[in-house]
Design a binder for this molecule. Structure first.
Ligand SMILES: Nc1ncnc2c1ncn2[C@@H]1O[C@H](COP(=O)(O)OP(=O)(O)OP(=O)(O)O)[C@@H](O)[C@H]1O
Ligand code: SF4
Ligand SMILES: [Mg+2]
Length: 325
């Protein structure tokens, strides 16, 4: 757990101007997060909690309002040239392979595109074939002249992954990489990401609203609520013994969960109206049931904000009640 992080968010904030008279939207509201070499980190949370905004910022696509992103210990340089070089090392894989692939481009051209943008000096055909093989499309030549509509959803996602791999990145950021795929194909794509980690030492940040998926793939998980990481640590520990009421609620609705599901009450979270105190308190079942009161922390829940969790590997939770019991 001592390896220097490859990619880090440090006290990162991203605020968007408010929409229709609303205040500014604090989409990412103070996040520390490290991804170390060869590590797969799952970023988990409900829709709208800020996952994509955080992921895009780690890729240099959204400049921080405050705080910073570092790669290999160096702050990102947002000049056009530096960002282009950076995007060779950190690649994005998007949710919907149909949306990421141009229907008029062959598989070969789709995978070669990155090489052409970066003026790859080596043998293009060899590099494309290797990337397709690595992504599990074998023999690669069989796929060169195919068009996206001639492929299955899983094959299209493999083409997208090959397009990311061809530049030999050190890290990939995958935003809901299997959300648009059939359940039967999801496992295969997740197994592919794990194999790439093992064979190439590739690190990954996998963004998902599905804790079950995190369980299958990640070394570490970071649970995000309304712009903040509220619980983080080794995946096994967080998913078998969650301490934050929000993580408990997310886990309780998984099909394999025992016990009663916890239905989250209250309004869906709105980053232009972040509640005072614990930002989850308006929906928290531990507070609503009187448990927080019995533990003597109910006032703190309503009035005292929680510290930003450190980005490292340690298991941490941002909850007054969890700290008290
Ligand atoms: N360009 C923008 N301008 C204003 N608000 C934005 C912008 N992009 C995102 N937001 C807001 O920031 C919040 C976080 O959005 P984001 O897309 O990061 O969430 P997410 O966790 O990825 O959600 P999902 O699971 O639905 O993909 C949302 O409330 C969203 O409306
Ligand atoms: S701090 Fe209080 S309100 Fe917030 S999650 Fe913990 S128990 Fe619930
Ligand atoms: Mg998203």
């Amino acid at each position: 757990m001592t390896a220097t992080p490859l990619l880090s968010a440090e006290a990162l904030r991203i605020t968007f101007p408010g929409r229709r008279g609303a205040g500014p939207a604090r989409a990412v509201d103070g996040v520390d997060l490290d991804i170390r070499p060869g590590e797969i980190v799952a970023l988990v949370g409900e829709s709208g909690c800020g996952k994509t905004t955080l992921a895009r910022s780690l890729l240099g696509l959204v400049p921080p309002t405050a705080g910073r992103v570092t790669f290999g210990g160096e702050p990102l340089n947002y000049s056009g040239r530096a960002l282009k070089a950076y995007r060779k090392r950190v690649q994005l894989v998007l949710q919907d392979p149909s949306g990421s692939l141009n229907p008029r481009h062959t598989v070969y051209d789709a995978v070669a595109e990155g090489l052409r943008i970066h003026g790859y000096p080596g043998d293009e055909r060899e590099a494309v074939a290797e990337a397709l093989s690595r992504a599990g499309l074998r023999p690669p030549e069989r796929f060169f002249l195919r068009y996206p509509h001639e492929l299955s959803g899983g094959q299209r996602q493999r083409v997208v992954i090959a397009g990311a791999l061809v530049l030999k990145p050190e890290l990939i950021v995958a935003d809901e990489p299997v959300a648009s795929l059939d359940a039967s194909v999801r496992g295969e794509i997740l197994a592919l990401l794990l194999r790439l980690r093992d064979e190439l030492g590739l690190s990954a940040l996998v963004v998902t609203h599905d804790l079950g998926l995190a369980w299958n793939i990640a070394d570490r998980v970071a649970v995000m609520y309304l712009g903040r990481i509220v619980e983080t640590g080794e995946v096994e520990q967080i998913l078998t013994a969650p301490r934050h009421p929000y993580t408990q609620a997310l886990l309780s609705v998984l099909p394999e969960a025992d016990g009663e599901p916890v239905i989250l009450s209250g309004e869906p979270p709105d980053p232009s109206r972040v509640p005072s105190g614990c930002r989850f308190h308006v929906r928290c079942h531990v507070l609503a049931s009187g448990e927080a009161e019995r533990a003597g922390v109910a006032d703190a829940c309503r009035t005292r904000d929680l510290p930003v969790l450190a980005g490292g590997g340690a298991t941490q939770v941002a909850c007054h009640w969890a700290a008290a019991v």
